[in-house]
Design a protein around this ligand. Structure first.
Ligand code: SF4
Length: 245
């Protein structure tokens, strides 16, 4: 496949991306909390850490629910709550599919922000660090693998317009939508590994591999459905190889 179209769409999406157009949750107040990076950067970080193995909208709502239930919003307040208390809170309110494990990750995230970042999560991305530094710092949180770490960095530069020194280490987050679309486009062979998908994105957009993440993800959600793809209306139709089972 010629990469020109997906790059063109991706560049336009990146240039026009606005926080106003992003919805993290289905709850306006919870969304406002995540978007308030100036006052509650830890809500964004904790939301990222929760975003696994459940619907993304529910995961991003967890910091808001925890803040409300505990009446603690700041890192000094949140860090005074013990791990067992978080476990009880998660289990009582069924906040996640894996309540005990994710409560421990939430607790660990709060403690790390307190000790490593002087209680201010914005220090993770302060002073225009390299993308490698930001991704690496997210990876140090318990529960954050490459998918979460690169997603976090990608959202920071794309939606919050956080300045970084470079974008080289912001890889594509190879979720099911991204893998399906890249396969059907003919960019990667069927049943490719996550690593293969990541390296293909690096080949297409070396200076910012995660640039094409949004185009693939949105195409997967809007048109390239698992069942019957809506190729007629798809933005990538012109150059797509349509490798469909
Ligand atoms: S043209 Fe069809 S198969 Fe190709 S990405 Fe779009 S929806 Fe998927």
């Amino acid at each position: 496949m010629d990469n020109a179209l997906i790059l063109e769409i991706s560049r336009k999406q990146f240039a026009s991306a606005s926080l106003d157009d992003v919805t993290f949750t289905e709850n306006g107040d919870a969304d406002a909390l995540i978007k308030d990076l100036e006052h509650f950067p830890h809500a964004f970080v904790l939301g990222c850490l929760m975003d696994r193995q459940i619907q993304a909208e529910k995961a991003w709502e967890i910091p808001y629910k925890v803040f409300n239930q505990t009446r603690a919003k700041t890192i000094p307040e949140l860090s005074s709550i013990g791990r067992d208390e978080y476990v009880r809170l998660f289990e009582k309110n069924s906040l996640h599919r894996f309540n005990e494990k994710m409560a421990a990750i939430f607790y660990g995230g709060v403690q790390d922000i307190k000790t490593k970042y002087a209680g201010n999560a914005a220090n993770i991305w302060a002073n225009k660090p390299s993308s490698a530094a930001v991704v690496g710092r997210f990876l140090e949180f318990e529960g954050a693998g490459p998918k979460i770490a690169t997603m976090a960095a990608n959202i920071l530069v794309r939606c919050f317009k956080v300045p970084l020194f470079d974008y080289y280490s912001i890889d594509i987050s190879a979720d099911r939508h991204v893998k399906r679309v890249m396969t059907r486009l003919g960019l990667v062979p069927k049943n490719s590994t996550v690593e293969k998908v990541i390296y293909k994105a690096r080949e297409i957009s070396p200076e910012f591999p995660g640039l094409i993440d949004c185009a693939c993800f949105e195409t997967g959600r809007k048109w390239c459905h698992q069942g019957k793809p809506d190729c007629k209306n798809c933005e990538l139709n012109r150059d797509c190889k349509k490798v469909i089972d």
